[in-house]
Design a protein around this ligand. Structure first.
Ligand SMILES: C[S@@+](CC[C@H](N)C(=O)[O-])C[C@H]1O[C@@H](n2cnc3c(N)ncnc32)[C@H](O)[C@@H]1O
Length: 248
């Protein structure tokens, strides 16, 4: 499916998000807070649009994706970026390779997203950061209703006009509705062994940007994360109070 949408992927995104994707991407890069000379994994990088700001800033970014169609379009556009074919659930990198890892609008597409979170933990250096941008749940009920209408009715209709594979956008709408909300994704991150988990809602929660850090102590890992989570009383409510940050 990703091979089919690759040629017009970026244009269609701009149309369907009404130009919002550029702002969302800028906020992800700020959250990564990486410097020239550092090595970054951009997982599920697709055509490399999410990798470009790092390359432009002199950061050693690896754009990894399992769709050869997406990688080919990306390499043609940005021959200076390292595009590597790889599955998020079995990453072709050694432990502790990257200063920071990120995945934009890709985790929802991975068949086993929890495995991808564990793999990103493995390949990130101790103390390194993870930033995830993903579609999420609008927090205000009226906004949520309007957005759901857009997703289920308007978006597939627009996609018929602008995309070569409109069915992919029906899948997009359905996968967004089926995806866990902000707190549940935060809980998955903790279960996988990430710590200092926080998130920020963008466009009223249409997108959430989650941030986390790999523990510096070697003992911490998936089991430690699960144990920490089990110690929460009312994890979701408590997490929401502790980690939601106001939208800028
Ligand atoms: C919506 S695109 C996002 C691309 C890019 N990160 C962006 O922000 O534009 C989702 C990408 O996830 C990739 N993907 C899905 N499952 C994957 C997996 N298991 N391993 C690697 N990439 C995967 C797809 O090939 C696709 O390119």
């Amino acid at each position: 499916m990703f091979d089919d949408v690759a040629p017009k992927y970026d244009v269609v995104n701009d149309v369907l998000s009404m130009g919002q994707t550029r702002r969302w991407r800028r906020i992800v890069v700020e959250a990564m807070d990486v410097k020239a000379g550092q090595r970054v994994l951009d997982l599920a990088a697709g055509t490399g649009t999410s990798s470009e700001p790092y390359a432009d800033a002199g950061i050693d970014v690896i754009a990894c994706d399992f769709s050869l169609g997406m990688l080919k379009v990306g390499k043609r556009r940005r021959p200076d970026i390292d595009f590597i074919a790889g599955d998020a659930t079995r990453l072709p990198f050694a432990d502790n390779t990257f200063d920071a890892s990120t995945i934009s609008f890709g985790l929802r597409n991975v068949n086993e997203p929890k495995k991808a979170l564990a793999e990103m933990l493995r390949v990130t250096k101790p103390g390194g950061r993870l930033v995830i941008a993903e579609f999420s749940q609008p927090v205000v009920p009226l906004w949520r209703t309007m957005y759901t209408e857009y997703l289920m009715r308007a978006l597939p209709a627009i996609a018929v006009k602008v995309s070569s594979n409109p069915d992919a956008y029906v899948y997009l709408a359905e996968s967004i509705r089926a995806w866990p909300d902000q707190d549940h994704l935060a809980a998955w991150l903790q279960e996988a062994g990430w710590e200092s988990v926080s998130y920020r809602n963008l466009s009223g929660g249409i997108v959430a940007v989650h941030r986390a850090q790999k523990p510096t102590a070697p003992a911490a890992g998936p089991a430690a994360g699960a144990a920490a989570l089990a110690n929460h009383t009312g994890p979701v409510a408590k997490l929401r109070r502790n980690i939601t940050r106001p939208e800028r």
